[in-house]
Design a protein around this ligand. Structure first.
Ligand SMILES: [Zn+2]
Length: 335
């Protein structure tokens, strides 16, 4: 028994009468089973999972036993080539200026819509409508820990989220049945049609780190095992999975700059475990040049770490380590 791999293209017809071809792989075990979509880069600067998908394709070619996988590493290829989140954005413009070009609000796409909606439509027709499960890979700011985003349905989707083996899970409420939400995110499209889907934010935009690539590969592999498509047990986390909801109460501690100056970290990374009283860094004060040390307020996992301001993903000034008094430096979550 062996798998067959096909390279194919979803061809979108754009508003200027040109075409764009989005490449994808289909790896088929030849046996009955789920049809699992793994896609990445709906936002063109979120590319960590592209490499996870390339590695997952290699694994599927040897280990896929049941069902088939569709693998779309460059879902929004025009935005990847444009090197920005959406194809309409200029320098330093935040995601919110999407003007209808945020691909992850367009599903199932529209053949008569703008160019982003047309690409979504082409991928939906060629790939998405055939699939019964979905893992949608994104990347949010590197100042946040990687996290799985999922509606907590207490069933398939909750189990999928926990099986991704990402330290943090951000839970949302499932949609009420029967309420129309199109166009929507791709995960919502799946979950509201009885097919399971989760999203993972592999933290860090405009970059590919081997650690985040490995998280994405493990998540895809674990899900294939959960779905019975590969043999073996999912490889789960050492230590707790931390579920996050809107109300974290006294489990979530925001640490803000006690004074202004340059924040210097200690080499810790998001999702690291820190002990209460552990040094997180120091501030070189800009008023008297003294050093003010910063310590963890509790023992827990770093949900956020480093000095940043909003839109730190699209503008270098927002990544500057100069903290104004009160700026966030870290968030520690108690498991
Ligand atoms: Zn995204």
């Amino acid at each position: 028994m062996s798998t067959t791999t096909t390279l194919d293209y979803a061809v979108a017809h754009l508003t200027d009468d040109s075409e764009v071809a989005i490449p994808y792989w289909h790896v088929d075990s030849g046996q009955d089973g789920e049809t699992f979509l793994v896609n990445c880069a709906q936002h063109g600067n979120e590319v960590q999972g592209c490499e996870s998908i390339r590695l997952f394709k290699q694994l599927c070619e040897t280990d896929l036993k049941r069902g088939s996988v569709y693998l779309v590493p460059f879902t929004n290829l025009p935005a990847v080539k444009y090197r920005r989140p959406h194809i309409n954005l200029g320098p330093e413009q935040p995601y919110a200026d999407a003007e209808g070009h945020n691909m992850n609000r367009t599903w199932p796409g529209n053949p008569e819509g703008n160019d982003t909606e047309r690409v979504s439509y082409a991928i939906h027709e060629a790939v998405v409508r055939h699939c019964t499960r979905c893992l949608d890979l994104h990347s949010w700011s590197g100042f946040f820990a990687s996290a799985t985003l999922a509606p907590n349905d207490g069933g398939l989707v909750s189990e999928m989220a926990e099986t991704t083996a990402i330290r943090f899970i951000s839970w949302s409420k499932p949609d009420e049945p029967g309420v129309e939400h199109t166009p929507s995110t791709i995960t919502r499209l799946f979950n509201n049609t009885g097919r399971g889907a989760v999203c993972i934010e592999l933290a860090g935009q405009y970059e590919i780190s081997s650690k985040k690539v490995a998280l994405g590969l493990r998540a895809a592999t674990n899900l294939a095992k959960l779905f019975g498509m590969m043999d073996g047990e999912p490889e789960l986390l050492d230590g707790p999975v931390i579920g996050m909801t809107d109300d974290m109460g006294d489990r979530k501690f925001d640490l803000n700059a006690p004074c202004s100056g340059l924040f210097v970290g200690t080499g810790l990374q998001t999702a690291d475990y820190v002990e209460e009283g552990q040094k997180l860094g120091h501030i070189i004060r800009d008023d008297n040049l003294e050093t003010m040390e910063i310590f963890a307020p509790v023992s827990g996992y770093l949900l956020r770490y480093g000095c940043y301001r909003p839109h730190s993903d699209v503008a270098l000034p927002a990544r500057h380590p100069y903290a104004s008094e009160g700026d966030p430096l870290a968030t520690v979550v108690v498991p």
